[in-house]
Design a protein around this ligand. Sequence first.
Ligand code: AOF
Ligand code: ZN
Length: 333
Amino acid sequence: MNYEELMLRAITKAEKFKYTAKPNPVVGAIIINDNEIISEGYHEVYGKNHAEINAIEEAQKYLGKKFQSFSELTLICTLEPCSHIGKTGSCADFIVKTGFKNVIIGAIDPNPKVAGNGIKILEANKVSVKSGLCKDLIEKQNRFFFYKHKTNKPYITIKIASSLDGKSHYNDERVFITSESSRNDVQKIRANYDAILTGGNTLRNDNPIMNARVNFSVNQAKKILLTNNSYNKESDFFKNASVDVFKINDLNEIIDSYKDSDICSILIEAGPKLVNAFLNKGIVDELIVYKSTKKLGEKGVNWFYEDYAIENYGFKLESSYKIDTDLKNTYKK
Ligand code: AOF
Ligand code: ZN
């Protein structure tokens, strides 16, 4: 059978679990004999079975029917089987114990707990391993996960809504700047991220919930609150959520504290002060600006105080398109 076609099938089908597997990567595994697919498995839900385990458990139903021993079969998996005992057991050990002799791997797991150790376990137990098939595609598919482990920091995106004249809000009154369609688009963006960060001012002024209100299943993001002042623990932000509260001012220290956690991406939704403070630190990777046709005028609070501020922070426009009457601009470094 064609390994590349099968790898592409595993990648495509794994994508379906993008929102429920996060902050873990999406992973697919396919078990074949010479002429047919015996079973498939996916990492469907964070904290639950890894892809290989689901595929092996499914294949066990056909033992003695479609095949006599696992040594006759080949396992194709998009990510290197894990070597660590995490929320579930080690996939590499389980593959050896099951009796496989042939494993085809897409990308090497960049998680330092694994990082080649899965392959070592397989090879030490006389399993033939080939890796690197469709590697680039898999790294792109799990871009936050690979970014985190390559750079030792989560991928950070700031999302703002701006009036045509570059304002954020009025000090004394709450206004919606962007259209309903843009606000629905934000819900989908939130669904992609592992954590959502805001500041005390936004919490006190807007009482936001900041979860992803979408019509599909999502492992909701962790919430992060940065504040030096008192806040209402009963506010909507805290409902059904795991919230980390920081009273420290060093933004690098806050982001650094996620180095060894599962969090691979953070979406910042905050006001101009905190947004500019993050941009000044140079630790932001992406900036999404929803720009409306509405003007707030003199009374409005500026997002930035200089012309070309976004460019001066080192960002380049990556994409720009209309959502209803708004413009969605995405900038990257
Ligand atoms: C695999 N197969 O399907 C996935 C893997 O917390 P745990 O125990 O679920 O482990 C999560 C880590 O395992 C994750 O960071 C990544 O290194 C690896 N993911 N490995 O063998 C899978 N999802
Ligand atoms: Zn595993």
